[in-house]
Design a protein around this ligand. Structure first.
Ligand code: GDD
Ligand code: MN
Length: 370
């Protein structure tokens, strides 16, 4: 085999082997460890749940129904809807719902112009009286009536600064948790959380200690992944930012425009991890390892796949039968879903990094989700 072929093979092995090794390490070392957090299951802080909305008329009422089904004590719960100039009657639906459900403390804030989700959240923060602030997307469902109680009980330990849920794949019925529990991403989120903190949070349920949000000056308006970035900043302050397996969320996936949706979210993650680079000094050891790996996985690893493929394509036309065989192998493997999903994710990240050069998508196009 030529030297260049060897280089390509080595790069491909690094690309696939590194995340697998990280997964294996997390699973063996952290996943089954007990939490080094003292949780009081009966702890119920005052909470403000913020739902940002932009053209969510179709979903907002079922979202509010889902919130109203939470078993959280009513006197400790307030909901703030912050709407940014929706044109589809979202605020009117909220007002109608509030009239029919007077038992829930609900505030509606209307921004006259849309500036993006983070601006809206910062506006809502001014009205938040809770000790903990929970942000949840209008298109997200909490899987059980105790999701909020479960998530917030972790704040009984003063070292916890932020909590997020794990994600159930949409459409998974009973028993869905079993399958989702073992999925690559949920294992990584949970094990990172046990080691210290996870740098990827979910907009379906992102809870923060309010004093920490205030110290950070609110949510970042220059980084798209407001939830993940805020959680990581909380962790960098020395607090734990954790995903817990007692809180599960379901997210609606847009039936149309799926690829541009994935690219935009990848753009936000790339922005987040790029912004984290400048904070990597004086970080607790376990957190440092996690951040270093995740920065590598999001910003650099996808490009290693691009490099390996480019070399093999070049050799294939030169011509090299070994290169041709490897390209055929790599393409054939796309028939297997986990591999295909992985490769697609890498492509989204690559396209995202390029697209970030001219647009950051901080006030993104609304995608129909039902
Ligand atoms: N008030 C307000 N103003 N809300 C907004 C705006 C805005 O300009 N833009 C979006 N939202 C609301 C949506 O109505 C929804 O409730 C929530 O923010 C998330 O927006 P989606 O359109 O559902 O986007 P997503 O599911 O792809 O968003 C995910 O990724 C984002 C980062 O890329 C979620 O995890 C978000 O929380 C996350 O910010
Ligand atoms: Mn969404």
């Amino acid at each position: 085999m030529e030297a260049l072929t060897l280089v390509a093979v080595a790069l491909a092995l690094l690309h696939l082997g590194f995340p697998l090794a990280y997964y294996a390490y997390l699973k063996a070392r952290w996943l089954r460890r007990p939490w080094s957090i003292r949780r009081d299951p009966s702890y119920r802080p005052r909470v403000t749940v913020i739902v940002p909305t932009y053209n969510e008329a179709k979903l907002i009422e079922s979202k509010l129904d889902n919130l109203a089904r939470q078993d959280y004590p009513r006197e400790l719960l307030e909901v703030v809807i912050v709407d940014s100039a929706s044109a589809d009657g979202t605020p009117e639906r909220v007002e109608g719902w509030a009239r029919r459900n007077p038992g829930l403390v609900l505030k509606l804030i209307r921004e006259p112009v849309r500036r993006g989700k983070a601006f809206a959240l910062n506006m809502a923060l001014k009205y938040a009286g809770g000790e903990v602030v929970v942000v949840t997307d209008a298109d997200a469902t909490w899987s059980s009536g105790s999701t909020l109680s479960e998530a917030l009980s972790w704040f009984s330990d003063p070292s916890v600064g932020a909590v997020t849920c794990l994600k159930l794949p949409a459409g998974s019925g009973a028993g869905g948790i079993e399958g989702a529990y073992r999925s690559f991403y949920n294992v990584v989120r949970l094990a990172e959380s046990k080691a210290h903190s996870t740098p990827v949070f979910h907009g379906e349920l992102a809870a923060f200690r309010r004093t920490l949000l205030e110290e950070l000056g609110g949510f970042p308006t220059d980084v798209g992944a407001d939830d993940s970035h805020t959680a990581t900043r909380v962790a960098l302050k020395g607090y734990r930012a954790i995903a817990v397996d007692s809180a599960w969320c379901v997210e609606r996936v847009p039936p149309r425009g799926y690829h541009s949706w994935r690219v935009r979210r990848a753009q936000h993650l790339v922005q987040h991890f790029t912004a984290i680079l400048k904070h990597l000094w004086h970080v607790p050891r376990e957190l440092y390892k996690i951040l270093l790996v995740e920065v590598y996985l999001h910003l650099f690893n996808p490009w290693i796949l691009v490099a390996a493929t480019a070399i093999l394509l070049y050799l294939m036309f030169n011509p090299s039968t070994v290169a041709l065989a490897l390209i055929v192998l790599g393409t054939t493997l796309l028939a297997f879903k986990p591999y295909r999903t992985w490769i697609m994710t890498q492509l989204y990240l690559v396209i995202a990094s390029i697209r970030n050069l001219w647009t950051r998508e901080l006030a993104w196009r609304k995608q129909a989700k039902c």
